[in-house]
Design a protein around this ligand. Structure first.
Ligand code: AHG
Ligand code: MN
Ligand code: MN
Length: 339
């Protein structure tokens, strides 16, 4: 094996990357790293859960039978709470944000974390890759007081870090602090993440489009027109259709190979499906840091001012030229009356 540096070493060597307190940030990332390893372990043996359950073991504990996304939520939350390094967490699996008191109930921690603990969880049953997505902000309310909703409702361009874990054929942690995107692969034998994909970049052009085309009939006309464009016979088209149904995995593949991921509005889901705060914003930040783009069809995702914790938003994210081409089709129609 090549002499790769570890995630821990990378954070220490690149402390200048993080414009705020690097000590706190490295503790934060290392708690995410730890939770990711625990979840990875559980995801890897997901197919055994029922077998173990038959032996009664899980019934007594009552824990292993929980759906894995609830389990992942608990692991990430507990890890962040126990280490007392953040002042609040918002999660897809929690109705409201969670206030974390910190040392001696002081409320003096600076960061909030927003998280999708298990993304693509419906894929677990069929052994397809899933992920975790996280987004980190500095709080805006005064230190020493409990966090408030406004600490979580910051536009994506205020993120100080974002990333995802993909539990795939290998497990990777990919993150940015605003200085490019770094990808680390877990060596499961020793539980260490190594820098395997330094400075990841979306190719400017790509030939993959990822969208749930089954809902075609419900899509806005601009999306229908763009899909037609993707399928036309031209020098570099038709493009390939690839849709796993796990945002993290679809994004990860497209970042490596070049492509666009679209989850548009539809007549069935007028705001789209994916959540702004813990799915679209972190992915948009990563995409831009990797030279790609992320829009809601008309405007930059990172400039949207959130109004609700679980707000949904349409997303077009990926290779720059592909996202811009899709936008050309979208702007042909008014934003809200185009089905
Ligand atoms: P989650 O499992 O966190 O609810 O997210 C699932 C999301 C996303 O990962 C995926 O791309 C999308 O839902 C798939 O939705 P459709 O089944 O509607 O295509
Ligand atoms: Mn999700
Ligand atoms: Mn989820």
């Amino acid at each position: 094996m090549k002499n790769h540096i570890t995630l821990g070493e990378y954070i220490i060597e690149n402390q200048k990357d993080f414009q705020y307190s690097s000590g706190e940030f490295s503790r934060l990332i290392s708690s995410i790293k730890l939770a990711a390893k625990v979840v990875n372990h559980e995801v890897n043996k997901a197919g055994l859960v029922d077998i173990l359950g038959d032996h009664g073991e899980t019934n007594i504990q009552g824990e292993k039978q929980q759906k894995l996304d609830v389990y992942a939520n608990e692991i990430f939350l507990q890890t962040l709470i126990n280490r007392e390094i953040v002042c609040g967490v918002a999660s897809e699996e929690e109705d409201d944000f969670v206030i974390i008191e910190g040392k001696n109930k002081s409320h003096d921690n600076k960061y909030v974390v927003l998280i999708d603990p298990l993304d693509g969880s419906s894929n677990i049953d069929v052994n397809v890759s899933v992920g975790t997505i996280f987004s980190i902000y500095r709080r805006i309310t005064p230190l020493g007081t409990p966090v408030k909703i406004e600490d979580f409702l910051q536009p994506g361009n205020m993120q100080v870090a974002a990333g995802y874990v993909v539990y795939g054929t290998s497990t990777m942690l990919v993150y940015t602090t605003g200085n490019g995107v770094q990808g680390f692969t877990l060596n499961p034998a020793i539980g260490v993440f190594y820098l395997s994909h330094p400075n990841m970049k979306f190719p400017e052009n790509g030939n993959i489009y990822s969208i749930n085309e089954g809902y075609y009939i419900h899509f806005p006309q601009g999306v229908k027109d763009y899909l037609k464009y993707c399928q036309e016979e031209e020098e570099d088209r038709p493009y390939k259709a690839r849709y796993i149904g796990s945002l993290v995995s679809d994004f990860h593949r497209n970042m490596i190979k070049g492509g666009i991921y679209i989850y548009p509005t539809s007549s069935k889901a007028p705001q789209g499906k994916l959540r702004l705060l813990y799915e679209c914003n972190p992915m948009a930040y990563l995409a831009e840091q990797a030279g790609g783009e992320a829009i809601d069809g008309y405007r930059r995702i990172l400039e949207i001012k959130p109004t609700e914790l679980h707000q949904r938003v349409p997303i077009f994210v990926g290779s720059k030229n592909m996202v811009n081409k899709a936008k050309e089709f979208m702007v042909q129609y008014p934003e809200d009356a185009n089905y």
